[in-house]
Design a protein around this ligand. Structure first.
Ligand code: ADP
Ligand code: ADP
Ligand code: MG
Length: 537
């Protein structure tokens, strides 16, 4: 399939195009015959954070690898070596010309935070300080050790770090280097909201001096951090188009709408919307089980779980900072950890998806899921799980070759394939794109609606929590020292409780989308004085 004269209907038959966007005139890069093809590129800008938002498999990482010099773009020609002159000719008069000319001369130094950090322990041996000390090229590492809370883990072995710790170390390493341009491929996976905002602050500061390009699926964070966004759309694994830059609020809203007015393109047939007012809790639902009061102490940390009632058919969000006992709570429910006092009813069946996923098996996804799901061939399983999590294209792939987002979807499927009364999923949004995050709502509802089961979801993406949850369980306390699990509460009470701990308020834009208020802004102070951190009255 080629692309050139694309009017009315895209030749890839994936999207409706009424007029031909400029970006589609010639490809930026094609990996080889019948492989993925990319159109357009994000443009780094002095003093700015340039955001990129779009589905997985749509070429975002490819575009970053081109800009950072890891891949030489071939303008769609892979049969012969393409000379830079040919490439530059195509970009004459565009905002990327100067950049690509510098790139062609090898005079751009790029610093990159790669998307998947789990490879770091495989290629680096040593502790955190061994890794970071060689990156301090601007004299600012010391500052990042504090902003990103790394100082207390400096002597830990890289291979023993949690995902959230490794993410912060990888980010510090990328930011500390002295480069002309900075490329950050997803910074939020495994970070709590507090850490996400700290990372945003560090990136924002750097952008005042050096251009930053950021790929991100946590829209609340992207929104507060980026100056402009490029929307990436198309058909995953087939082709991707990166638009010209848009203002961050407008670009994100167009992305959520699935419609790009300037380009005249509809790339999704539904909109993503948010509740302005807190929705009703599931009061009319019937009781399913009671979480008893429980306590569990380790050498340095103690968790108290206050009693709470769970109703059949509900999806409950769990919010709280990292290190406050959420995973320990999940393990107490699952019976993996034993409480010091109190005990979970032994008859309650729990299915648990851990936060960090391992994929060593070379079995195919289908073989793996068939071992867990006895009803694999049933129309309901095929519809709710295989279609709901878009697993069909990857069923024949070996589990150990999956990308982060693919592995996440398989792990969610495996968790939901087990018969259980309570499903507990720890950060299912990590590495999923926005479409996939939104689809989780439907998948979770189908799993428990009208059934004697409920779902608990730990997540740090506030939009995900907003969209999927009917009620909230809130963790309070002092990370690494003590934690207290309270609730579940209705959405308004839960959000106010959680966000007041963090001191973060949200306003609404015209579309109803929540946006993080600038600390100490008029709205921030007003909402805090009223105690309304998230919903409008
Ligand atoms: P995103 O970052 O938006 O998730 P990527 O840029 O990683 O997307 O990938 C876009 C598409 O290009 C995917 O279908 C991926 O499989 C394909 N791709 C990535 N790298 C290569 C490669 N080296 N050879 C062939 N195809 C590739
Ligand atoms: P969260 O899921 O909220 O990030 P965790 O439940 O994973 O928090 O951890 C809470 C605290 O308990 C952390 O300080 C962690 O180091 C500590 N902790 C967890 N498991 C153990 C254990 N088996 N032994 C000692 N400390 C532990
Ligand atoms: Mg990517």
């Amino acid at each position: 399939v080629g692309c050139g004269i694309c009017v009315k209907k895209c030749p890839f038959e994936a999207i409706d195009i009424i007029t031909l966007p400029e970006e589609l005139e010639y490809p930026t890069h094609r990996y080889g015959p019948n492989t993925f093809v990319l159109y357009g590129l994000p443009a780094p800008v002095e003093g700015k954070v340039t955001g990129v938002i779009g589905a997985n498999g749509i070429g975002k990482s490819t575009s970053m690898k081109i800009l950072s010099g890891q891949i030489s773009p071939n303008i769609g020609i892979f049969t012969e070596e393409v000379r830079w002159e040919e490439i530059l000719k195509k970009y004459t008069g565009t905002e990327l010309f100067d950049y690509l000319q510098r790139l062609s001369k090898g005079s751009i130094k790029a610093s990159v935070k790669p998307q998947y950090i789990d490879v770091i322990p495989k290629v680096f041996q040593g502790n955190v300080w061994d890794l970071l000390k060689t990156t301090d090229e601007r004299g600012s590492l010391d500052k990042y050790l504090d902003i990103l809370s790394i100082r207390q883990i400096l002597d830990q072995d890289i291979k023993n770090l949690s995902g959230g710790e490794l993410q912060r170390v990888a980010l510090a390493a990328a930011l500390a280097r002295n480069a002309d341009f900075y490329f950050l491929d997803e910074v939020t996976p495994y970070l709590d909201i507090y850490q996400r905002m700290a990372a945003a602050k560090a990136i924002r500061e750097l952008a005042n001096e050096k251009p930053v390009v950021l790929i991100e699926h946590d829209i609340a964070i992207l929104d507060m951090l980026a100056d402009t966004v490029h929307v990436a759309y198309g058909k995953p694994a087939v082709f991707g188009i990166i638009t010209r830059p848009k203002g961050v609020r407008i670009g994100i809203n167009q992305y959520l709408d699935g419609f790009l007015p300037e380009e005249n393109v509809r790339f999704r047939d539904y909109q993503v919307t948010f509740e302005v007012r807190a929705h009703k809790d599931g009061a009319e639902r019937s009781p399913l089980l009671v979480i008893p009061e429980m306590k569990r102490s380790f050498d340095r940390f103690s968790l108290t779980v206050l009693p709470g009632e769970i109703f059949a058919g509900e999806v409950i969000g769990i919010v709280g900072q990292n290190g406050i006992g959420k995973s320990t709570f999940a393990k107490l429910l699952a019976g993996v950890e034993k409480p010091d006092s109190g005990a979970m009813e032994t008859s309650v069946r729990i299915s648990y998806k851990p936060q960090y996923l391992k994929a060593e098996s070379s079995d195919t996804v289908e073989f793996f899921l068939r071992q867990i799901a006895r009803n694999f061939d049933s129309p309901q399983y095929q519809h709710d799980i295989i279609e709901g999590l878009t697993l069909a294209p990857i069923l024949q792939l070996p589990v150990n070759t999956l990308s982060g987002g693919e592995l996440q979807r398989v792990a969610i499927a495996a968790c939901l394939s087990q018969p259980a009364d309570l499903y507990v999923l720890d950060e299912p949004s990590a590495h999923l794109d926005v479409e996939q995050r939104v689809r989780l709502t439907k998948v979770f509802r189908n799993q428990v609606e009208g059934k004697e089961a409920a779902i608990l979801v730990i997540d740090h993406d506030i939009y995900v929590i907003d969209i999927i949850s009917e009620r909230l369980l809130v963790f309070d306390g002092d990370p690494g020292v003590r934690g207290e699990a309270k609730g579940p509460f209705d959405m308004r009470t839960g959000m106010n409780m959680f966000l007041s701990q963090l001191g973060v308020t949200f306003r609404r834009d015209m579309s109803g989308r929540p946006r993080i208020n600038k600390p100490e802004s008029y709205l921030d102070r007003e909402q805090k004085s009223k105690g309304e951190y998230y919903y409008q009255d």
